[in-house]
Design a binder for this molecule. Sequence first.
Ligand code: CA
Length: 228
Amino acid sequence: MALDPLAESITVQAENFKETGGTTFTYADNASGVRINGTYVDYWNADDYILIDFNVTTAGNYFATAFAGTTLDNREIKITIGTESVTVVLPNNNDWTTTVETVIPGHFSLSAGTHTMKIEAVGKQEWQFNVDKVVLTEGTGVDPDVTVGVDSEQAGELSVYPNPANDILYISAGAQVNYIVFNAMGQMSLIGKTLADGSLNISSLNSGIYFIHILNGDNIIAKQFIKE
Ligand SMILES: [Ca+2]
């Protein structure tokens, strides 16, 4: 169950796309649909897509988390790398300009070297979502031994307490942070944002070992805790 501080985490920023395609939208920066708005890409319609190159230094299995925002229900995002594709329905976070982390089910087997990621708006609806980035983390997302990709120095600056915890868990981030809690099977158990005091309610969890991924800038800090 030990965390692996050497696990790779790769951030693929949507705005670094090299190519776009899909339907036409009036407000687009380019002929094919989407546009850069600060740190994210917006005005996605059905079938719009972007292609982004990224580099893998360590071959292995990676699972993906997408950072996207939408005010609408049942908006689907599709991530393709090479011949592997996964699609997930994004949560409606009622905000176009802030993005929430969504775990993409499944994983990608990546060789070392340059790959191209396709991020696509599937479905037939107009007004899909805004995408900030996709983070690839080494591990399948289902093996508790390899769930994390962290900067060990940054991980040392954050702690979760008390541990073991009963109903309330605190993250010593000094600010509200986004988090995802995984159970020992690697399944997502909780997702959300801490309260202003850094706390989250874990009373709904069964007793056992859990992993919490804490978003800190572009990094995901992973910590382990026990729910009593
Ligand atoms: Ca971005």
